[in-house]
Design a protein around this ligand. Structure first.
Ligand SMILES: O=C(CO)COP(=O)(O)O
Length: 263
């Protein structure tokens, strides 16, 4: 298991699902089901579409919920003539604690390269938002056995120019593209292999303290029935959950690490 200093993080990436009314109902269901014991054990975060954030903020603030929230993307810029973009400043003003940077769907469909991802990581940090940096290889790279080198290159690119103090503030999510939305989950051993290599890279790039501090998540077809084996790995500190986070009952079970009750 993770060292106690690294509290497990379960983040639900809703992707382009749930409108602002559905979002409120969804967060209420999570709040109703999750107990104080759950929140002591695991940090629970939702990452809804931009249009839901105000509603989620209002609900979380009004009812003092322990559920955190954040966005799925942000601009590298802080303001200006960038039609359609949302800045870190705007997200910080809405109380966002987290933001994804470099999700594989952004890399794939919006041509985000490591330099852009690096700009987004820095933009988030400028506004005291924790970037969840997404990395991971596609199937051809995995088949060639280059998954570790490929993923570590993405880590290097995303962290370029960050000080040790800044690096300590980030979260990294290893999401092998071949496991996203496919139902094909990486084995706990696969997840550990790459998450462990990422942690070693953090020690090389910075120092042991950074490596010990940064939480590394696994994402890709996480479900209640496979989270326990994944989270049991020493270098896996939580999950980035896509499809299964859209079902509140399933997501609560995942937040309970696949166990039946909150204990
Ligand atoms: O992309 C993901 C989370 O960011 C994973 O998605 P799935 O859980 O639907 O495979």
């Amino acid at each position: 298991m993770s060292t106690p200093a690294r509290k497990p993080l379960m983040a639900g990436n809703w992707k382009m699902n749930l409108n602002h009314l559905e979002a409120i109902a969804h967060v209420q269901k999570l709040a109703f089901a999750l107990t104080e014991a759950d929140f002591e054990r695991v940090e629970v975060v939702v990452l809804p579409p931009f249009t839901d954030l105000r509603g989620v903020q209002t609900l979380v603030d009004a009812d003092k919920l322990r559920i955190g929230y954040g966005a799925q993307d942000l601009s590298v810029h802080d303001s200006g003539a960038y039609t359609g973009e949302i800045s870190g400043a705007m997200l910080a003003k809405l109380g966002c604690k987290y933001v994804l940077a470099g999700h594989s769907e952004r890399r794939q469909y919006h041509g985000e390269d490591d330099e852009t991802v690096n700009g987004k990581v820095k933009a988030a940090l400028r506004h005291s938002i924790t970037p969840i940096v997404c990395v991971g290889e596609g199937l051809p790279v995995r088949r060639e056995g280059r998954h570790i080198a490929f993923t570590l290159d993405q880590v290097d690119g995303a962290l370029k120019g960050l000080s040790a103090d800044e690096a300590k503030k980030i979260v990294i999510a290893y999401e092998p593209v071949w496991a996203i939305g496919t139902g094909e989950v990486a084995t706990p051993k696969d997840a550990q292999e790459v998450c462990g290599a990422i942690r070693e890279r953090l020690a090389e790039l910075y120092d042991d303290e950074v490596a010990r501090t940064v939480r590394i998540l696994y994402g890709g077809s996480v479900k209640a029935n496979n989270i326990a084996g994944i989270i049991a790995q020493p270098d896996v500190d939580g999950g980035l959950v896509g499809g299964a986070s859209l079902d509140p009952v399933e997501f609560v079970k995942i937040c309970r690490l696949g166990e039946e009750t909150s204990g």
